[in-house]
Structures are given as C-alpha cells and as structure tokens.
Design a protein around this ligand. Structure first.
Ligand SMILES: [Fe+2]
Length: 432
C-alpha cells in the first residue's frame, strides 16, 4: 500500500474510476454499464433527507453485494452493543491502563473489545466505545457494522485498510471513519501490532461542527479530509463477511472478493484526517474556554447543540491566557465524557493516564485536575507556554455511558483512580 491516492473535501460528491470510462455519464443506472458492471446504490441517509444532509454513493461493481451466502451466528464474547445491561451503570470515576497487545495471533475482529455503550443501536441513538489490539491481518475476512459508522482513533501501529471504496493507510495521529455498512478488512504491517480506540456511532453520521463567529476558516477544514480513489480486485477466492447487526455478529461466505467496486460517485465513503491539520482556537486574553473549541467532528442529536457524540481532541498548542488557571477546570457535566490518550501527557493528569489508557466521567460525576496538578498550576508562571508532547481525545455524549462487565472487571481498571484527588486540601481563609 505505497503511494496511495486520495481525493480531498469533506462530504463532496467525489467521482473516481479504476478503469477508464467505468463511470456512467449523465445517469446513475443505465441499462448497461461499461465493462458489464452492476450499478448499486449505497444509501447512508434516508432518500428524503434534505439535500445538504443527504449521503449516498453509486457503486459500479463486478457483482452486487447480495451475491453471497446466508448469515449464520458468529460467536464473539467481548463485543457489546447498547442497551447493554449486564451490570448497573455506576457513577464512579473510572480509569484504565491500555488493553494489552495480544501474545498469540489475533486479527482486528478477534481483537475487538467493548468498553462502554449508550443509547440504543436499534433506534440509531448513542454509541459503542471499543478498543482493538491485534497483530495479524484479516486476510480474506471482511467486517461491517450495520449498527453504526466506525470512527477509528489509532494509538499504535499502522492500519492497512481495504474497503469497497478503495484503500486507506492510517497511522496514530490520524483518524478514519468507515460509514455504517461499508465492508472493510484491516491488515497489519509485518511484525507491527496495532492498538486503538473506536467510536461506533449509532446516530447521525459525523459532520463538521459549525464555526459561528470564528468565520469561514479554522477548526477542521474540509480540504483536509481524504477519501480513497476507486480500487478493486477481481478475485474468486473464498471470503467470510462478518456483519455486526443489532448487537450480534453474523458470518456469511462469499466465493469472491467483496472489494470489487470499479468506480463510484457520491458523498458517502470512508475518509481519513490528520489531526495535526486541526486549526486550534483558544483564548488570547483570559479564562479557559470550554473544550468544545476542540471539536473535530460531531454527530448531532435532535436536541440543538447537544450532541449524540462529539469527537474532541486536545492537541499540541500554545497557552497564553493571563490570570487564569490553565489546566481543564473542575467540572460536573450533563454530558458524559470518555477520554483516551494517543501520545504524550495530558495536562490535567500527569500520572496514571498513559498512552492507550482511558477514563470515563459520566453524567454529573465530578472530575478535574488531580491534586498535584492543581497545586502546580495555581502557582505557575503564566508566560506563554507551548504544550508539545500531547494528543488526547474525548468522545462526549448526551447519553450516560455504561461500562461493560469486561471493563469493570478488567485487570486494567485502576480501582484507586479516585485517590488522585485525595490530596485536594482546604486553602480557604476567610480573613484574606
Ligand atoms: Fe469535563
């Protein structure tokens, strides 16, 4: 997968063909498509979704997707889906060390484990939060989720991804979004394990947040979102397609490769984005703005300004605020906050929150800087300061996030997490 080509522009109607003139001109479903291909529409929104929100792609492929065997249940103990009520949803602050890299041969699907869920996948509300850790390629195994689009946040290792819409290569520091229903497989590079986080967004597909008075530029810019060009294989080898549907996995056999789309035109397709391209906004006077200024992508809910899930990052940046406590403030939030760390150190938690680790602060559960950070930041010299070695992220949702039984019982869970605040002292002096 060297020198992959990409097309730029978030949600643009992209056109791409792997063979010259494979794309029909003037109409989407002519009686006969060039190269004797089949035309198949892929709809990510209802036909009648408003034009600005409508997402669909016409694919021109060697066989239609239904040229496959029937589904049969496929066992997987650790992938969960909302509503997941194996255990009560606790209000406790929660934090985990990274899930371990596998010792025996494990591919992406077998290395998936769910950390938490919210909403209800069947009604297309909420999300699942998964981690993956793998060291083997999927080969002729193919995966897709009918329950949601999948936002990948790699933390270790390069993903070599085949999709029906083309090839993508994704490394830590980049993210990838695979729309609901798109078939894909993940290969690892030789001897290089992969690990990362996934938001399986059951709700409205991710869009770019509005910019408001910031204007026409900044935050995540449309041109930095990269879409693969058409790529196909005419391959009559057996493949197994694994579908996540209403919380269960099913497998079906195919006698050919599903990656047989020779050309496509439309605006629903996998894409990737380099988080280094995020144009950070922050204060140049005083006060600590809310973390919503770092929103890369948002999945809106029907309640205005209240996301089904926001994908927010805490990237390298300058801090220049005057007379202001600079780390994230102490907080209780109606929204629920799941965080992960891609690399470096997060400014509110200098110990215990390590790359690959994660934390969960649920609806109205108090959280904020650990005691030591408070002490240090309250007495820091407020000269301009560059945060360099850091890249954290958050999945923030209006729905409480229920950790899975696996997450609660995992040896990676830090049962003493709350103690990082135990040194918070009373400084109050009414005579000052
Ligand atoms: Fe918060």
């Amino acid at each position: 997968m060297k020198n992959l080509k990409y097309m730029t522009g978030f949600n643009n109607e992209h056109e791409t063909e792997a063979l010259e003139n494979a794309l029909p001109k003037g109409q989407f479903s002519p009686q006969k498509v060039n190269y004797k291909l089949y035309a198949e529409q892929f709809s990510s929104t209802a036909f009648t979704a408003p034009r600005h929100a409508n997402r669909r792609t016409w694919t021109y492929r060697i066989r239609p997707s239904i040229a496959m065997g029937d589904f049969a249940p496929y066992a997987h103990a650790l992938i969960k889906t909302a509503p997941d009520s194996d255990i009560p949803c606790p209000p406790n602050v929660l934090r985990w060390n990274p899930i371990p890299l596998p010792e025996k041969s494990t591919d992406f699907v077998d290395g998936l484990v769910t950390i938490g869920t919210n909403g209800d996948a069947k009604t297309q509300i909420g999300m699942g939060i998964h981690c993956y850790a793998a060291n083997a390629s999927m080969g002729n195994k193919v995966f897709y989720s009918s329950d949601g689009e999948m936002l990948f946040v790699p933390q270790e290792g390069k993903l070599n991804v085949k999709t029906e819409f083309g090839l993508l290569s994704v490394v830590p520091g980049e993210i990838m979004v695979i729309p609901r229903g798109v078939r894909f497989s993940v290969d690892v590079s030789k001897d290089e394990p992969i690990r990362g986080y996934i938001c399986e967004n059951y709700g409205h597909p991710f869009v770019l947040p509005e910019r408001g008075p910031v204007g026409a530029n900044g935050y995540s810019n449309q041109r930095d979102f990269l879409y693969p060009v058409a790529w196909f294989e005419d391959n009559d080898m057996a493949h197994t397609v694994i579908n996540k549907f209403c919380g269960n996995l099913y497998a079906a056999e195919m006698d050919h490769s599903p990656f047989d789309v020779v050309a496509w035109v439309g605006n629903s397709a996998p894409y990737k984005y380099d988080l280094a391209n995020f144009n950070v906004m922050n204060t140049v006077s005083f006060d600590h703005p809310d973390p919503s200024i770092f929103t890369v992508l948002t999945s809106p809910s029907e309640l205005d300004g209240t996301a089904n899930v926001d994908f927010v990052i805490f990237p390298p940046r300058w801090m220049v605020a005057e007379n202001t406590f600079r780390p994230p403030y102490y907080h209780r939030n109606v929204m629920s906050e799941f965080m992960g760390l891609i690399e470096g150190t997060y400014d509110a938690k200098e110990h215990g929150f390590v790359p690959g680790g994660m934390s969960l602060h649920n609806c109205m559960t108090p959280h904020g800087p650990e005691a030591e950070v408070f002490e240090k930041a309250s007495n820091a010299d407020l000269a301009p300061q560059q945060y360099k070695d850091t890249l954290a992220f958050m999945f923030e949702s209006r729905y409480a996030i229920a950790p899975t039984a696996y997450a609660m019982q995992s040896p990676q869970r830090q049962k003493d997490y709350i103690n990082c605040w135990s040194g918070l002292k009373k400084y109050f002096d009414g005579n000052l």
